[in-house]
Design a protein around this ligand. Sequence first.
Ligand code: ADP
Length: 373
Amino acid sequence: MFRRSPFEMRVVVRAPIGRDAPLLAGTLAVLQIETAISNDSASLLQMLAEGAGSAIIAEEAITPDLLQDLSAWLDLQPAWSDMPFIVLTSGGRPTHESHRRAKELELLGDSTLIVRPVRPDTLQSSVRVALRARMRQYEIRSRQEALMQANADLEQFAHSASHDLREPLRSVSIYSDLLARSYGPLLDGKGQQFLTFIQSGTKRMDALLADLLSYAHASSISGDVVESVDASRSLEAALDSLAGAIRESDAQISVGEMPVVRMRESHLSQIFQNLIGNAIKYRKEHELPLIQVSATKAGVHWVFSVADNGIGVPPEYKETIFGIFKRLHPNSKYSGTGMGLAICHRIVERYRGRIWVESKPGHGSNFFFTVPG
Ligand code: ADP
């Protein structure tokens, strides 16, 4: 949970000329803002790491090394953080050199330039703006942390519930099977039919719980993966698992060139398995399923596509189908739990990617998803 440390609202000052730093500290003391004066680049970075609301740096203290260190430090900061810097520049007319310096300072992200000699009220208002901006960032962090905790609790609940509910369900399933085997012949037609309903109900419930468990697993994965996988290996694993369905349906699957992506093999394979499995399941009645898997590079991402010639998705359901337990057909027509696309969505989201469908009902569907390259 968010705790505001006493360091987070102080202003760190790095100004090498002796009299500058105390002058700045005196000006900010009027606003009751705590300042910490650093004497070298190393202590500046140390103080920023300990927590600061803003940093005031004199231009002459910004060496190329410091700029590089600061930019490396900024890269490591969490997404909510955008440290506001105030840079005190030398006055005078703009020169080629001053333009070049200003360009270099863009590395600092949120930076405000104040020309010397600095007026106390200018400095005070700039620091006030910087601290307000920083305060808002802390508030966002705090809200994000609360939301993440609530999500984690919910995922834990879904995980325990689906796991624990499968236990008693197993007993129902075992004993209804035993009942059918040992006492089935003693039951009349109605009794046997009721028993069949119990058996198919438990099977369906078990499939729903298993998929809910997979969904909870997908929710807990981390997308910060350093390992890479050749997508063709994930695809092969998916096709192996679908071998039976491919054979039965006579599906023709063509595969384009597959890239290497930054993802765990099993996660990519699970996406392929769900999408290709659906492409086979939602085929047209009198047409062989034709499925094309391909990938194209788009910036730092790869966009994968799984296209089929099946029944298609009506435009009004293009988003809903990615929700949990969302299905467009009765189980008697196409079996399923409505969790496959929700699981794909969760995995892709964990890798900061996107998944969507383009389709014309009756003319097939094309499912796209992006993953980091
Ligand atoms: P399930 O297949 O178990 O119902 P999914 O989450 O995988 O669950 O899919 C949700 C719904 O999206 C399906 O019920 C189906 O209506 C639709 N759908 C998914 N893939 C396709 C596809 N390739 N072609 C047509 N409809 C599809």
